[in-house]
Write a new protein. Structure first.
Length: 316
């Protein structure tokens, strides 16, 4: 008889419900379609009673931090506000679990909790794209990837949302064969199962219906130089076209000038850092390529309609 694998899900306050459901339901369906108890699971929370997710619904849990029984994998699932909810007791508990050999995993911003515990330095990690700017600033030794999940590391991670289903289907396929994983996906009416290497965000090509290699390379250069921006003429030279050609490409496909598109990327990164980190406005300005805090504040206000300080108050 096949042994039952037990997964434990630690639900941090304001966890994301879609990621939780997408992680748990494939296990339930695997049991259903196989007719065997292939998986069991338990839910835990810091108070040992309930966990409230970001949409306000409340989930009953099976116990608290000191009530975790032997498990084949302990997953941390969190969502918004993870910085505020990552308490010292949670970090100490995770360190004890790691010390006793519990295999760990994280879904969505759960990777932040494991990074705070010091587990992800040098580890290839998938986390929701909205958290990449924070990780780059706070955890520079974590090897962030754009993949939807990473299952080949000692700590497995999924970026969140439906990527949790992709990870679970991958684990089911590994343990019990691809035919079962396909049956589970069919039951979920999930017809676009993705490999872990699939990218999180829609590509420029898919978003705008174009295949221009020059434009894709230009945008990649912008993504790599948000902290030390270069001029459109330098980008054009790197891409191998004239500045005028570059401007025409951005106008045709993105309805923007290279300079404007570049600035929007820098300001979006700044907004992420304002909301997700405790870095000062000056530090954030520098991290987004602004040499002057006053200039940064002026440009930010013009774009978003409020100053960086008030933005932090509104969204923080």
């Amino acid at each position: 008889m096949t042994a039952t694998a037990h997964f434990t899900f630690f639900l941090l306050r304001d966890f994301t419900h879609i990621a939780f459901s997408c992680a748990l339901e494939p296990l339930r369906i695997a049991n259903l379609v196989s007719g065997k108890p292939l998986y069991s699971w338990s839910l835990i929370s810091e108070d040992g009673k309930t966990a409230t997710c970001s949409n306000g619904s409340v989930t009953l849990t099976d116990g608290g931090l000191d009530q975790v029984r032997r498990t084949d994998r302990l997953f941390v699932i969190s969502g918004s506000g993870v910085q505020c909810h990552t308490s010292a007791p949670v970090l100490n508990w995770l360190r004890r679990e790691r010390a006793r050999g519990t295999p760990l995993g994280a879904i969505c911003s759960g990777a932040y909790v494991l990074a705070r515990a010091g587990f992800l330095d040098g580890v290839e990690t998938a986390v929701h794209w909205a958290w990449h700017d924070l990780f780059a600033e706070e955890f520079p030794d974590v090897r962030l990837v754009r993949n939807i999940f990473v299952a080949r590391e000692r700590i497995i991670t999924a970026s969140g949302g439906t990527a949790a289903a992709d990870l679970m289907l991958h684990l089911i396929g590994q343990a019990h064969g691809q035919d079962l994983a396909t049956e589970v996906a069919d039951q979920m009416v999930y017809t676009a199962v993705r490999e872990g290497t699939a990218a999180q965000r829609v590509s420029i090509q898919s978003r705008h219906g174009m295949r221009n290699d020059h434009l894709k390379r230009a945008v990649a250069i912008m993504d790599d130089t948000l902290e030390t921006p270069v001029s459109p003429s330098v980008i054009a030279r790197e891409v191998g076209i004239s500045t005028r050609q570059l401007e025409r490409l951005f106008g045709r496909y993105l309805n923007a000038t290279p300079k404007h598109y570049y600035m929007e990327k820098r300001l979006t990164r700044a907004q992420n850092l304002l909301v997700q980190t405790e870095n000062s406005v000056t530090e954030i300005a520098m991290a987004c390529g602004f040499q002057s805090t006053s200039h940064f504040s002026k440009v930010y206000r013009a774009h978003f309609g409020r100053s960086p300080v008030s933005q932090r108050a509104v969204l923080g």
